[in-house]
Design a protein around this ligand. Structure first.
Ligand code: ZN
Length: 62
């Protein structure tokens, strides 16, 4: 059986959002900025929190 690690991929600006199951077996939502030089990322317990964080993220490369 194939296990999907990330699903429900979404993109808000430069930030990618994906859902996954963390090591405690809980569903978690990760927001990761894909802009070069920006290492911002965050983990959230619900989707709307991840989307809100993505929308509010301001890139600050250097
Ligand atoms: Zn960024």
């Amino acid at each position: 059986m194939r296990r999907k690690r990330f699903w429900n991929h979404d993109q808000v600006g430069q930030v990618q959002i994906a859902t996954h199951v963390d090591r405690h077996g809980r569903t978690a939502h990760t927001a990761t900025c894909t802009a070069p030089g920006c290492n911002w990322s965050g983990e959230y317990l619900n989707r709307s929190a991840a989307e809100l964080a993505a929308q509010n993220h301001r890139c600050s490369p250097r």
